[in-house]
Design a protein around this ligand. Structure first.
Ligand code: SAM
Length: 290
């Protein structure tokens, strides 16, 4: 079935804090829809009021989704354009919506997604960590033991690790992260796109320690990004890693347009090692080639 032939479901992403992030396409879709199914009708009505949209809104939170799906399918089958929005961001990403999409597809009906804001990708982009590959883990388990097990199971993954976290569990989560990943950096991204947007980036211990006296008072929404392991991750032993760093240092020295201190800085960032250690490697290479 194609969209031209009639009804369809449009999954619509909404801002994660800044209303300016709404897109024209989303507004057009919400306005043209016959009905909007919303995770939180209050939030959605506010959004619609702000943009002067009067489409009817139906409650479709976790508790009523199963009940609403048959009605939605009936409407779409009859030719209706149905929009689905979650509380904020991209529906289906740690949000209701996935069950709706699966059921509508199962019924052989058309689904389209209108992309927009998403906290996980916003935090990853803002972290400055390698984005070559990443793992999104949703919310970390609440219990410390389970949280640690989850993180340990991801130790050897050669990817940035992204998690959603509630503000009042952020400090505890960062303490576990520091325990499991003492050699990595972490980014605590809070209130993204909002007035009090904050990125705290540093070694896992530094970031955990710097939140110690704000543990109880930390406000707003938080996304945590853990840097990927230094090349090769845990699998690479220290010797291999030093060899990789030396090889990269050689490349940079051969380019001939950066000072040893600049090369050391670049290596420290790329491999997540101390600048002094990187400088020693560069200096050793320089000495042996003279
Ligand atoms: N579907 C949404 C998305 O696309 O980002 C995520 C929904 S999930 C229920 C909500 C969680 O996302 C929050 O608890 C927080 O961890 C993260 N989050 C949402 N908005 C955020 C923001 N403005 N800054 C940082 N994290 C945010």
């Amino acid at each position: 079935m194609t969209r031209e032939s009639g009804g369809y479901l449009a999954i619509c992403a909404t801002p994660i804090g800044n209303m300016g992030d709404i897109s024209q396409r989303i507004l057009d879709e919400l306005e043209a829809a016959d009905a909007i199914y919303a995770e939180d009708t209050r939030v959605t009505r506010k959004l619609l009021a702000r943009f002067g949209i009067s489409t009817q809104v139906r409650r479709c939170d976790e508790n009523v989704t199963n009940r609403m799906i048959p009605q939605m399918i009936e409407e779409i089958s009859g030719g209706a354009k149905i929009a689905f929005v979650s509380d904020a961001g991209t529906p289906c990403i740690s949000d209701p919506g996935q069950r709706v999409v699966a059921a509508v597809r199962e019924a052989g009906l058309d689904v389209t997604v209108i992309p927009g804001p998403n906290a996980a990708l916003t935090a990853l982009a803002g972290s400055g960590f390698s984005c070559k590959s990443f793992f999104f883990g949703g919310f970390l388990p609440r219990k410390a033991g389970e949280r640690e097990r989850t993180l340990r199971s991801l130790e050897s993954l050669d990817a940035a690790l992204i998690f959603y976290e509630s503000n009042h569990r952020t400090y505890d989560a960062l303490k576990t992260i520091a325990q499991v990943f003492p050699e990595r950096r972490v980014c605590m991204a809070r209130e993204l796109t909002k007035l009090h947007e904050e990125y705290l980036i540093g070694s896992t211990q530094e970031v955990a320690a710097s939140l110690a006296d704000r543990a109880e008072s930390l406000k707003g929404e938080v996304t945590i990004v853990i840097e990927p392991p230094a090349r090769g991750g845990k699998a690479a032993d220290a010797g291999d890693l030093r060899g990789q760093i030396a090889a990269r240092a050689e490349e940079l020295l051969a380019e001939g347009n950066a000072k040893p201190s600049e090369i050391a800085k670049a290596l420290a960032l790329e491999f997540g090692i101390a600048k002094g250690e990187a400088y020693d490697i560069v200096q050793e290479l320089k000495d042996s080639s003279e």
